[in-house]
Design a protein around this ligand. Structure first.
Ligand SMILES: Nc1ncnc2c1ncn2[C@@H]1O[C@H](COP(=O)(O)OP(=O)(O)OP(=O)(O)O)[C@@H](O)[C@H]1O
Length: 343
């Protein structure tokens, strides 16, 4: 059974995507948190608007559900520019990208989600497009093939990636601005929740918002999702009132623990402690132990566990911290830390 698509999975699908669309902030002023990114971005946008030019290409990096797509939409809205959305896996051949690039309007914002998963030929075409606003269309095959240069409209590429380290340097270097999105503070998530509650017509007292916020893995998408589940619980069992105890009881029911860890997070910690004595253990071995892809463990579970001080990535592998043993109510073996974390 896959643990990936869970209540607290940071990905969104189907009906949820529609609700998400309704909850997305539309302008930079409505975007909560990420103060530094917001300030940097507003300067880039304002200066481009003053000069009457398209801004530099921008890269957003960070864990799923932190607001990269939302920011791309906001960028287009602030520039009053049209927006085209695609994703790395959809760009399998250079022709897929050429079809998009050659039909862009002047000043359009092109958003490529999961840009690190784009196929190589498309990536190479993108270099030229980003730098010279040109694509080379190859006609014919073999020795007789010729490249016909085609000028395209000036556009702004907004790339999003959960794994900036995987981007080839030539691509990374062509972005004029990189926004590193971090997990949100509890107070910021409380603001996200109050805003969403208003839009959804849910009465949310401060203590309920606080309880949901601190168990949302620092991620607005998860906060919004938990809000809806807590609302269901409160409607059915508590006359619609979301106080601290009701929020807590609902989240316990949905297997979100007191620190916001979900089933995948706990499975990773559990395997690390029980099967590998706290580590060090390699990523792929750990992933096999929890029945997941290494990428899922690395992108979805680990960043949050590291941020919570429960797991450390060392050159020799993944290691549980003292807090991890404590979190699962276990006692670390006497030699658990000396030889691993600090050598
Ligand atoms: N700063 C924010 N303020 C308010 N709501 C936010 C904020 N950031 C994200 N959200 C909410 O979280 C949801 C998820 O955001 P978004 O889709 O932009 O994340 P993402 O980083 O692009 O995720 P993915 O990498 O999975 O595509 C949005 O629907 C939006 O409602």
């Amino acid at each position: 059974m896959s643990l990936e698509r869970d209540l607290v999975s940071p990905d969104a699908e189907g009906e949820e995507s529609q609700i998400e669309a309704a909850l997305r902030p539309k302008r930079l002023g409505e975007f909560i948190g990420q103060a530094r990114v917001r300030e940097q971005l507003s300067l880039v946008l304002e200066s481009a608007l003053r000069r009457g030019r398209s801004p530099d290409h921008m890269l957003m990096s960070g864990s799923p559900g932190l607001g990269k797509t939302t920011l791309a939409m906001i960028i287009a809205a602030e520039l009053s520019a049209p927006l085209r959305i695609t994703s790395g896996p959809a760009l399998e051949r250079a022709g897929d990208l050429a079809a998009i690039l050659s039909t862009l309007a002047e000043g359009e914002v092109l958003f490529i989600d999961e840009i690190h998963r784009m196929a190589r030929p498309a990536e190479e075409m993108l270099y030229l497009a980003m730098e010279d606003f040109r694509v080379d269309i190859v006609v014919g095959k073999g020795p007789g093939a010729t490249a016909i240069p085609l000028d395209i409209a000036t556009f702004t590429l907004v790339g999003a990636t959960t794994r900036a380290g995987l981007l080839p340097a030539p691509l990374r270097d062509r972005f004029g601005f990189t926004a590193h999105m971090d997990f949100y503070q509890v107070e910021e998530l409380e603001q996200v929740l109050h805003r969403s509650a208003r839009l959804l017509g849910v009465t949310l007292p401060g203590e309920g918002a606080h309880e949901i916020a601190r168990r949302s893995r620092g991620t607005p998408r998860i906060a919004n999702r938990l809000l809806r589940r807590v609302r269901d619980f409160a409607d059915v069992r508590a006359g619609g009132v979301i106080d601290r105890d009701i929020a807590s009881a609902a989240l316990n029911l949905y297997e979100v623990d007191a620190e916001g860890l979900d089933r995948l997070d706990r499975a990773v910690l559990d395997a690390l402690l029980r099967k590998f004595g706290g580590g060090p253990v390699g990523l792929s071995t750990l992933a096999v132990a929890v029945g997941e892809e290494p990428e899922t463990v690395e992108v979805v579970a680990e960043p949050f566990l590291v941020r919570q001080g429960l797991l450390a990535r060392t050159p020799r592998g993944r290691v549980a911290t003292a807090a991890a043993w404590h979190h699962l109510g276990m006692t670390p073996p006497p030699d658990a830390f000396g030889a691993t974390l600090f050598d």
